[in-house]
Structures are given as C-alpha cells and as structure tokens.
Design a protein around this ligand. Structure first.
Ligand SMILES: CC(C)(COP(=O)(O)OP(=O)(O)OC[C@H]1O[C@@H](n2cnc3c(N)ncnc32)[C@H](O)[C@@H]1OP(=O)(O)O)[C@@H](O)C(=O)NCCC(=O)NCCS
Length: 158
C-alpha cells in the first residue's frame, strides 16, 4: 500500500491542501504544538513563504497515488536538525508517514537527527520508532492546541 508514496519539491499549489490538513481539529490536538490560530490563512501563508525561502529548511510534499498526502520537513532548532511531518487525516493508517520518513532520511543525512512529539501522540511515536528513532529525553512545553503545558518526548536518530 505504501509503494506509491513519493517525495517531491513543494509547489505553491500544495499550500491550500496543507492548510486544510492542519485545520483538522483531531490532527491539531495530536500535534499539539501548533499555530495559535490554525484558521488564520494569512498567517499560514506568511509562515510557508518564510520557510520555503529558508535554505536551512528542507521540505518535501508527500504524494500518494499522485495526490498531495501531506508534507515532511527538517529545520534547525537552536542549531540542531529536527524533523516534522503532517498527513492528510483522510489518509491516516496507510503507512504513508512511515514511508515518507524512511525516504526523507535518505535525503537529509544529518545525524543525530531529532524529533519531538507530544507524549500522547501514539501515531507519531510509532512512526519515529519504526524509522529507528529512540526517545532520549522528556520535556514540558506550552501547546497551543491544548491551551496547557504538556509533556513532549524528544527522539533521536543516531
Ligand atoms: C501521526 C501521523 C503523522 C501518522 O501518520 P500515518 O500515515 O497515519 O502513520 P502510519 O500509517 O505510517 O502509521 C505508523 C504506525 O503508527 C500507528 N498509528 C498511526 N496513527 C495512530 C494513532 N492515532 N494511534 C495509535 N497508533 C497509530 C500505525 O498503526 C502504525 O503502526 P503499525 O505499523 O505498528 O501498525 C498522522 O496521524 C498525522 O499527521 N497527525 C497530525 C500531525 C502530527 O501529529 N504530526 C506529528 C507531529 S510530531
């Protein structure tokens, strides 16, 4: 089922689809550390214009069966490379995030590579573990989608 997952450069026309993906309330709750107002389209577009122009950030559109299934990115947090991803909720549970991360790890050679996920985001934790990441720390941070301080796991791929 995952053979048809392909990573490609992001096109401007993908952005409205990414915007819709992050509007999903359950997805936002899972990811937790999200924008203050996911419905603010201007803020979303401004953020994406900024990250697409940033040479330290690698972003790819995840295609599944020729359609936009989500995105995956690596960026520097205080100089440390970190990966993040988001899949269209309509396509969850098909192995797409796992296949996308496996492929992304081939184009982003930085090691160690880090990832952070809310401690109750079972799906994301499973994706990371299946791709070889191991949890190395636990931190606490303010999560906009929960309007509360929550625990997040710090994962590392060496
Ligand atoms: C987390 C997310 C990326 C998973 O994407 P996905 O394409 O459904 O993941 P996969 O199909 O590759 O699943 C990988 C594993 O996680 C498990 N899994 C996926 N979602 C799960 C959930 N909600 N609860 C428990 N396990 C879950 C799958 O069963 C699979 O495990 P298995 O192979 O042992 O059966 C997706 O739900 C998402 O985009 N969520 C919103 C954004 C987000 O949380 N991003 C991560 C921020 S750190």
């Amino acid at each position: 089922m995952t053979e048809s997952v392909v990573l490609r450069e992001v096109a401007e026309t993908d952005l409205p689809e990414f915007f819709t993906h992050q509007l999903d309330p359950e997805a936002g709750r899972m990811a937790a550390f999200v924008a203050k107002d996911p419905a603010d389209r201007d803020a979303f577009m401004a953020h994406w214009a900024k990250i697409m122009a940033d040479k330290t950030i690698t972003i790819r559109t995840i295609e599944h069966d020729g359609g936009v299934a989500g995105h995956i990115a690596s960026f520097l947090r205080d100089g440390t490379p970190e990966v993040t991803y988001w899949i269209d909720p309509k396509l969850w549970g098909r192995g797409i995030a796992t296949a996308a991360l496996e492929q992304f790890l081939l184009i982003v050679p930085s090691r160690p590579l880090f990832a952070r996920t809310a401690s109750d985001n079972r799906g994301s934790i499973r994706v990371l573990e299946k791709c070889g990441f191991r949890q190395t720390a636990t931190e606490t941070g303010y999560a906009n989608a929960r309007e509360a301080e929550i625990e997040e796991g710090v994962f590392e791929l060496v």
